[in-house]
Design a protein around this ligand. Structure first.
Ligand SMILES: *[C@@H]1O[C@H](CO)[C@@H](O)[C@H](O)[C@H]1NC(C)=O
Length: 456
């Protein structure tokens, strides 16, 4: 009986795939305006230098709220399995309150040049870092790097020097980059949309306009998390402008019957689906490794995709609640085994200074609710229903597959959507926040990808 069902599925799937399915081949650029109220005149295209500044009052306010926090005792022996261990949270917060030097972090944050410019009615913030020591006769290649949730442009601070000045860091300087890191609208210092519907395709167009405004006709794009989807959408709406797309997380295309079949049968016939040993190791048993893992880690997603304004209200009013919510992700998404560490393994790969700087970006800008809304705009109506999910990506694509990524995407799945994959590598270590956690591994993978694209 099982065999007959499988045979029917295969035949049906192939018929559907080759005969009935119409592929939408392009994603229109579209247009939009996200300011408050009636659409205003065209954007003022000035690019204004920007510096992050905070007042004494903001800091006193933060300390005051931290001091008001009520904690709930964790269950005995629970570590990070019920969420952030609050005994450990007290320690992190005590560091934040008494030792963390925000003035010093501000100096670090302002070391790279920041700017703002108005696009589609929104004030968009970005870093624009040019190489300092460009050898004579050499030109830097433009690159846009896009962060995700609950991250920020700060995730890229350690990878930027590796790309703008690779030689000084022992990397090949065959290609040198000029890096643009925007903040997604509603994240950190980018103004949030005032209107519903600002999804990743709309953000991609806003960033396309940003790159054109900076004078770039052709550029590379790199991203993970939402940044991955935004950069992919960018490659779909502007294929002749995106020279190469490099992703450290791939949203698999679940629309193909081949995808379902490979979940069903991939463990038994890996070769049939082009699965490598590493794919089988990461995906099977599917119920435990993928479905079980996703169930444990995706509660936040359902909340944010349905009622972000309710869920985020408390977080926007409690710095400690916000820190627990954000930092728990930096624990478990870096390594699922960290759930069994009393301190969530937080300082295994990061410093508290770096982690708290990212939290401060959310806190000071009051942007947690607007950042959560991106889930509502993208998956609030379901997964697999948006047009961009069915449109192939034709620009040269490089995929960096980190072992602790939340959802592993084998090459074969990636190929269902990305029709021109020039590089796919299993990397030795690292998780969801690759640029933040393993900047050198990510930089090297990116550089070899660009070398391949440029050779063609
Ligand atoms: C929470 O972490 C602290 C270390 O900061 C540890 O001493 C304590 O046992 C942990 N509590 C639980 C419930 O795991």
């Amino acid at each position: 009986m099982l065999l007959e069902i499988i045979a029917a599925l295969v035949v049906g799937g192939l018929l559907y795939h080759f005969v009935f399915r119409k592929r939408d081949d392009t994603l229109p650029m579209g247009d939009g305006w996200w300011g408050a109220g009636q659409r205003q005149d065209d954007d003022n295209e000035d690019i204004r230098p920007f510096k992050i500044e905070t007042t004494e009052e903001e800091l006193n306010d933060l300390f005051h709220l931290i001091d008001q926090t009520r904690y709930t005792e964790p269950l005995e022996g629970s570590r990070f399995n019920y969420g952030f261990n609050s005994t450990h949270l007290r320690k992190v917060v005590s560091y934040w309150r008494n030792k963390f030097d925000w003035r010093k972090q501000l100096e670090i944050l302002n070391r790279y040049p920041h700017f703002k410019t108005k696009i589609e009615g929104l004030d968009i913030h970005f870093l624009h870092v040019k190489p300092q020591n460009l050898p004579p006769g050499r030109r830097a290649k433009p690159l846009i790097m896009v962060h995700g949730w609950p991250g920020s442009f700060y995730e890229f601070y350690k990878i930027i020097p590796l790309l703008t000045d690779p030689a000084s860091h022992g990397l090949s300087d065959e290609h040198i980059f000029e890096v643009v890191c925007p903040s997604i609208p509603g994240y950190g210092f980018s103004e949030a949309s005032h209107k519903q519907g600002c999804n990743t395709v709309e953000v991609a167009r806003i960033f396309y306009k940003l790159m054109r405004r900076l004078g770039f006709r052709e550029f590379y794009a790199q991203g993970g998390d939402w940044g991955s989807q935004i950069c992919t959408n960018l490659a779909q709406i502007a294929p002749s402008n995106v020279k190469g797309l490099h992703l450290n997380m791939v949203f698999a295309s679940s629309n193909s019957p081949v995808f379902l079949l490979s979940i069903l049968l991939g463990k038994y016939f890996p070769g049939l689906f082009g699965f490598q040993e590493e794919d089988v190791r990461r995906l099977f048993p599917f119920g435990k490794k993928v479905i079980g893992h996703v169930m444990k880690e995706s509660g936040y997603m359902h909340l944010q995709a349905t009622k972000p304004d309710t869920g985020g209200c408390g977080l926007n009013n409690s710095p400690v609640g916000l820190a627990a919510y954000i930092l728990e992700k930096f624990s478990t998404w870096t390594d699922p085994a960290f759930r069994d560490y009393e301190d969530g393994g937080l300082e295994k790969k990061y410093t508290l200074d770096d982690l708290l700087t990212n939290v401060m970006i959310y806190w000071l800008t009051g942007s947690i609710v607007t950042s959560m809304r991106l889930y509502k705009e993208n998956i609030g109506r379901g997964i697999g229903v948006a047009k961009h999910e069915k449109v192939p990506v034709k620009v040269p694509t490089g995929i960096a597959s980190f072992p602790n990524e939340l959802l592993h995407c084998p090459l074969m799945w990636a190929k269902l959507k990305h029709t021109n994959i020039v590089s796919y590598n299993y990397l030795p270590r690292g998780g969801h926040f690759a640029a933040f956690e393993e900047p050198e591994i990510l930089a090297k993978d990116f550089l070899q990808f660009v070398a391949k694209v440029e050779q063609k």
